[in-house]
Design a protein around this ligand. Structure first.
Ligand code: AHR
Length: 828
């Protein structure tokens, strides 16, 4: 409400200054929103009356450090260097001894951000080279900057005591501190236009699908006709899945392990608030014996903590509650195993017990040893239970050490340890590829949290568990071997994503001097990191006489997994630090494995600095594919249907690695699902440039969710695919390799009727989205078949559970309101 009058004010002011050819610009920041609002501009003819743009439109925001509490811009200071470029310097916080810095040619588009560490105490800091120039600091806390590649004092701009240099101006009745500059009328117009464009986009993005309007009074007669002469080849990899261990997708989710914290590795530091109850005993309890955690002579150094039990009287129990209860199915078998060491070489009774204390399964192990030994048992469930627990009862008094206490259902997906129903739900999508292990999990929260693939293979006790940046724990039971195997089991290409030598841009300091992605892996450690990526490829594809191929064979898969794709980076901040490491990794992989298709990254949005800089880098390096991410509103999908039509067909291909339609409340409904369908129709038209897509995130366990919406919700007993899942499945099961353009006419709102026509080997498949609130009469007279396979997915926009309905039918003459219709018929 407050923005519009100022917007109008700017427009009317435009004519008032029609004759001046220069104006004054005041660049400033405010303390509002706890310093998160970035850099604002106000302008004036007389330096008295300052007119804000926006009124407080943010032309530049700091991207330093963690979401929320960080990313602040204190005291922005703007200056123009002799070459004409603008530079902004700001304070990040009082702790890190670093400042923020960015440059712009036009005050609108701001390039990469830099966060140089000031070096108070040193006569002169090491000069820091950036693509825009070089800066250095002196012991008087001053920052110097000069354009070019070497510091030369003559041409420097001394940005001394920035705070003192700022001037006070009154904007909207408030006294603000900033810098005053003279700018040309053309420069000023660009600023005003930038705000206008941003405002227009905001309005478009807020548009919802379900708008009642007189325009939509029927009948609406639509015609859709193919142009058979303009068919083009499209990607056969279009629909895949994005698997990230978020929302308990792995442990407690797809990974079928029923015991929580089997490795006694939970730590308070897994949680951002260092929750003391989240510790090595989490999910465990003891009754009638002494239970402590020890790490002396562990089963393996990578999994040092284990349970130490002192049993004085037989009958005491160690109890695990599972992930919110253990689910048992009557008549089914459960495979128990544990690493055990005992001073008394006795046996262990293993029981599965329901809430009432009834024993639902029971067995006694063979004798333990004085050294670590694996004990195994198969238990058969006598009854169903959704909330059973595991009880271990050592049958001799003495000291007992236990680790890696595990219980799996005997029935898992293809016998490979994944939860059958969840894995099947993913397989039913017919994904052409599976991306893993993330998302932010891949690049991690700080360099010490970067996901390292080699820590996730081999015997469980050798795998290195890791804090999950979503606030829990990764046992790594679901590791690279299991991911590769799952891909093979469902006929999907594996698409692992490794960090580009930098952690998540939203990282805290963990492992770095300064926050955010800026603390990349130190260059002196990059050789080792690059080698690890080369090892990954060898693990996937190498012959069994190679060191890593041998490890794969030892894990039970002598045949190569046939890895073709590898992602480097995940929506990273595109900075010099990123680029240096990305190039190093890229060049090393290409040199050794030229056939591996490497996927670059272009930031977390569909526009902005990282997108622009990422694409520039992709063009320079002639990358084959880049990974785009954007979570957008239905209004964005509706108003950006030609997003990919302008992409260069000769440039890098796109992997749309993360996307979804988000509405207020962040839930799925038919409105979001049809927005995603609309986008996929537009993507299919552009599937000569968009090679792959994956909705994100894939899985979410009810009650353990950090991110909404997701594609498939689940709990311990049920799988609950969303309406978005139905869309992915329909597109996954109805993909093609050739695309035919369509002429579409007659829609009341042309944006609300979209269609695509693809061909696979045998069939033509027509997909039509009707986002009008009314049905459409549709002319499809070119389809000469008497019968087609018809699938209709429609309902009220707020429907959350509606399912597609399929039938064999004659060619339809109507399209339902708010619908996706798919017609499949033989290509002859
Ligand atoms: O999909 C959830 C998260 O969204 C991913 O981890 C991250 O890449 C993105 O910000």
């Amino acid at each position: 409400m407050r923005i519009i009058p100022f917007f109008l004010l700017i427009l009317s002011a435009f004519s008032a200054v029609a004759k001046v050819d220069s104006l004054y610009l005041f660049a400033y920041g405010t303390a509002k929103n706890d310093y998160h609002n970035g850099l604002h501009y106000a302008w004036s003819q007389d330096q008295e009356n300052w007119i804000p743009i926006g009124p407080e439109y943010s032309f530049l925001r700091s991207d330093y450090g963690r979401w929320g509490s960080q990313k602040k811009m204190y005291h922005p200071y703007l200056f123009r260097s002799e070459g004409g470029n603008w530079h902004c310097v700001w304070s990040l916080n009082e702790e890190d001894g670093a400042i923020g810095f960015a440059s712009s040619a036009d005050l609108v588009y701001w390039g990469r951000q830099f966060y140089p560490v000031l070096s108070p105490g040193k006569a002169i800091s090491k000069p820091v080279l950036t693509s825009k120039g070089v800066y250095w600091t002196t012991n008087d806390h001053n920052l110097y900057f000069s354009e070019g590649s070497a510091p030369h004092f003559g041409a420097t701009k001394k940005v001394e005591t920035i705070l003192d240099l700022r001037q006070e101006r009154t904007v909207m009745g408030m006294k603000e501190l900033g810098t005053v500059h003279k700018i040309s009328r053309a420069e000023w117009e660009k600023l005003v236009d930038a705000f206008r464009i941003a405002e227009a986009k905001r309005v478009q993005n807020e548009e919802r699908i379900g708008v009642a309007s007189d325009r939509f009074k029927g009948p609406m007669k639509v015609s859709i006709h193919p142009d058979w002469n303009k068919g083009k080849a499209i990607s056969d990899m279009l629909i895949g899945v994005f698997f990230e261990d978020i929302n308990y997708a792995a442990d407690g989710g797809l990974y079928a392990e029923l015991i929580q914290n089997r490795d006694f590795e939970y730590r308070p530091s897994d949680k951002e608030d260092r929750d003391p109850s989240w510790n090595a005993k989490k999910a465990w309890n003891a009754d009638g014996l002494t239970f402590t955690i020890d790490s002396v002579r562990p089963i393996h150094k990578n999994n040092a903590p284990y349970a130490k039990l002192q049993v004085n009287r037989v009958g005491g129990r160690l109890i695990n509650e599972g992930f919110g209860g253990i689910v048992l199915k009557k008549g089914e078998k459960y495979l128990f195993s544990a690493k055990v060491r005992s001073s008394t070489a006795g046996r262990v009774k293993v029981r599965l017990v329901n809430e009432q204390g009834d024993v639902l399964a029971e067995g006694v192990s063979e004798n333990a040893n004085k050294e670590w030994k694996t004990l195994k048992l198969t238990l058969s469930a006598l009854e169903n239970s959704s909330n059973a627990r595991l009880e271990l009862i050592p049958l001799k008094a003495g000291r007992w050490d236990l680790d890696m206490i595990s219980l799996f259902p005997e029935k898992t997906f293809k016998g490979h340890g994944l939860r059958e129903d969840l894995a099947q739900a993913i397989a039913d999508l017919k994904p052409k590829f599976v991306r893993f292990p993330g998302g932010c999990v891949a690049h991690g929260d700080g360099i010490n949290n970067i996901y390292r693939w080699e820590n996730t293979i081999g015997p469980w006790e050798e795998r290195k568990p890791l804090r999950n940046l979503w606030g829990y724990h990764q046992t790594m039971g679901l590791g690279y071997f299991e991911y590769f195997q799952f891909c093979e089991d469902i006929g999907a290409e594996p698409v692992p994503v490794v960090a580009a030598g930098v952690p998540c841009q939203n990282s805290a300091h963990h492992g770095c001097d300064i926050g955010g992605q800026q603390g990349g892996i130190p260059m002196e450690h990059m050789d080792e990191y690059v080698q690890s990526i080369l090892n990954l490829i060898e693990y996937a594809n190498g012959a069994i006489n190679t060191p890593y191929g041998k490890k794969r064979a030892e894990a039970g898969h002598p045949e190569p997994f046939g890895l073709k794709y590898l992602g480097i980076g995940n929506e990273d901040l595109i900075t010099d630090i990123f680029e240096e490491r990305f190039r190093l990794i890229y060049n090393a992989v290409k040199a050794k494995y030229p056939d591996i298709i490497l996927i670059g990254t272009v930031g977390p949005f569909n526009e902005g600095t990282d997108y622009v800089e990422g694409w520039k880098l992709a063009d320079q390096m002639k990358l084959e594919i880049v990974d785009e991410h954007y979570y957008q509103t239905p209004g964005w999908y509706l108003n950006n249907q030609h997003f990919y039509d302008s992409y260069d067909r000769k440039g890098a291909k796109v992997y749309l690695g993360e996307y979804a339609a988000h509405i207020p409340g962040r839930h799925n409904n038919l409105e979001t699902a049809l927005s995603e369908a609309l986008h996929l129709i537009n993507v299919e038209r552009n599937a000569d440039v968009v090679h792959m897509t994956s909705y994100a995130p894939l899985l979410a366990k009810e009650g353990y969710t950090q991110w909404n919406p997701d594609l498939i919700y689940f709990n311990n007993t049920e799988v609950k695919p969303t309406v978005g899942y139905e869309v992915q499945k329909l597109f996954g099961q109805n993909s093609g390799t050739k695309y035919y353009p369509l002429a579409i006419s007659g829609a009341f709102d042309v944006r609300k009727l979209a269609a695509s026509l693809v061909a696979d080997q045998d069939n033509l498949i027509l997909k039509i989205v009707n986002l009008h609130p009314i049905e459409a009469d549709v002319d499809l007279s070119w389809i000469k078949h008497a019968e087609v396979e018809k699938t209709v997915f429609s309902g009220d926009l707020d429907d959350k559970t509606v399912k597609p309905v399929s039938s064999i039918s004659e060619v339809p003459s109507k399209l339902a309101p708010y619908s996706l219709t798919i017609l499949k018929f033989k290509n002859k």
